[in-house]
Design a protein. Structure first.
Length: 211
């Protein structure tokens, strides 16, 4: 499940079956919210669907809010979060090494990734604790705040990054790429119809997602 936008106040939240590739449910939304994701899952259950697992992005408070349903955080979204913190071309050696570990995400298992991350932290723990003094206020702050945030994001999301591995028999995708590709195709086709009214744009999206 994921949401895409056209502008700031018009989006589509889509629930897609990873097994059959069928689009099961959609909402037109002004803003993405955990409440709407829960509403969608409950609506599918009420329609008779069995939810084996959920694949989604890492919205705060969403990953661990579905009770006994396994939830996989999209590894692509996690990698994007890390890029925002340390950039695509980091200069610090610690950031370069962390980027290398993140690139292992889709190609390794949980224990190997966790081991690599723990080794990285042990090597750079004191570096992460470095502080810089603000001469004007007399207060200090972490020198490498963004790098710390990148590491904390990985540690916080670690269990949900390898749900596909913990429930291997379910064949859970490790990304939302199937739905993201669907959105990209939709946007490319809509780009050829600039100027559509909101009503006609929704009609176009309806027909596209049915197909």
């Amino acid at each position: 499940m994921d949401t895409t936008y056209w502008g700031r106040s018009f989006g589509v939240m889509l629930f897609k079956d990873a097994i059959t590739k069928e689009n099961l449910l959609k909402y037109y939304v002004r803003a993405e919210s955990n409440y709407l994701y829960h509403q969608g899952i409950n609506e599918l259950i009420n329609k008779g669907y069995t939810i084996l697992a959920i694949v989604c992005d890492g919205r705060r408070g969403l990953l661990n809010s579905f009770g006994n349903i396994p939830v996989q955080m999209c590894q692509f979204h996690q990698a994007a979060i890390i890029r925002r913190y340390i950039t695509k071309k980091p200069r610090l050696q610690a950031s370069i090494e962390l980027k290398g570990i993140v690139q292992l995400l889709p190609r390794t298992d949980k224990e190997s990734f966790q081991g690599a991350l723990n080794d990285w932290f042990e090597r750079w723990e004191h570096f992460l604790k470095e502080r810089t003094l603000n001469d004007s206020t007399g207060k200090s702050y972490y020198t490498h705040k963004r790098l710390r945030s990148a590491y904390r994001s990985l540690k916080t999301n670690l269990n949900n990054l390898f749900t596909w591995y913990d429930y291997y028999e379910l064949g859970i995708p490790n990304t939302t790429n199937a739905i993201d590709g669907h959105f990209a195709d939709l946007k490319n086709k809509l780009r050829n119809h600039n100027g559509l009214s909101l009503k006609n744009k929704k009609r176009f999206i309806d027909e596209f997602l049915k197909a």
